[in-house]
Design a protein around this ligand. Structure first.
Ligand code: SAH
Length: 264
């Protein structure tokens, strides 16, 4: 650890995506973005030296943190004594959340390591029955992509799959100079609030498959990119298959999946 003022500071490690936030106002705004409505627990991914954790601990809920970096875990144990029993020293992507939360609902929050941020979103989508709210900081472009609508250049797999289950709101942009070390790009904070009724009228697995396959070849029509689904001749003639994936709203993707499911 490096010595800085009266405190030992964690030395930033690039391979762990460590960029420590130094702007307290931004940390507080992220912590304040979640509502604790309908749940009492929150899991922070990648707390580092706890800039965001500090504000979460002031809230009425119970804060858990998961951190892969031993040095950060040491720092947290020394500086947030009450948090110690709720520090999970593990890789979030490999972590079985039922070990901590059983089937209980919890929110996810963080200034995420950017190298795994999309994987964090995909894992959250798998956990959607347990995760009513999700808030955090991403590379700005990724945050914009998650929140974007059909017709936008950045609309893609992540936008459609996320918005099928959550309302996505882009909150604010954060410049590089408030981090140590500064990242090369702007950052963006977003919040996902699970929809009241987030069950799909079609098969979930088929929906994920259709969306992923459609966007694998963004420039092609759906008729072309969905060839391997072996659609009937009559369904293939439907005008929706003349479209390209970025023209389809989330609802249209759900309708399309339903049509494919019923195609006999
Ligand atoms: N939230 C802190 C740190 C952000 S940097 C702040 O705002 O200052 C990202 C953090 O995620 C680092 O502390 C890093 O060690 C941690 N991290 C990286 N990969 C992780 C993983 N797979 N699981 C859990 N934490 C991880």
């Amino acid at each position: 650890m490096a010595y800085k003022g009266n405190n030992y500071q964690v030395k930033a490690k690039k391979f762990l995506g460590q960029h420590f936030l130094e702007d307290e106002t931004v940390a507080q705004r992220i912590a304040d973005s979640i509502s604790f409505k309908g749940y009492t627990k929150v899991l922070e991914i990648g707390p580092g030296m706890g800039v965001l954790t500090k504000y979460l601990l002031k809230k009425e809920g119970t804060t858990y943190v998961i951190e892969i970096d031993t040095e950060s875990v040491e720092y947290l144990k020394n500086n947030y004594l009450n948090l110690a029993p709720r520090i999970i020293e593990k890789d979030f992507l490999k972590y079985d959340v039922s070990e901590t939360f059983n089937n209980e609902p919890f929110a996810i929050i963080g200034n995420f390591p950017y190298n795994i941020s999309t994987q964090i979103v995909f894992k959250t989508l798998e956990l959607r029955d347990q995760v009513p709210e999700f808030s955090g900081m991403f590379q700005k472009e990724v945050a914009q992509r998650i929140c974007s609508k059909e017709g936008s250049k950045v609309y893609g797999i992540l936008s459609v799959l996320t918005q099928a289950f959550y309302d996505a709101e882009y909150l604010f942009t954060v410049p590089p100079n408030v981090f140590n070390p500064p990242p090369k790009v702007d950052s963006g904070v977003l919040i996902l609030r699970r929809k009241e009724d987030y069950s799909l009228p079609c098969d979930d697995k088929l929906f994920f498959r259709v969306v992923k396959q459609a966007f694998q070849q963004r420039r092609k029509t759906l008729r072309n990119s969905l060839k391997t689904l072996e659609l009937s001749d009559s369904l293939r003639e439907d005008p929706i298959f003349n479209k390209r994936p970025e023209q389809l709203s989330v609802q249209a993707f759900i309708a399309l999946t339903t049509m494919i499911e019923n195609d006999k």
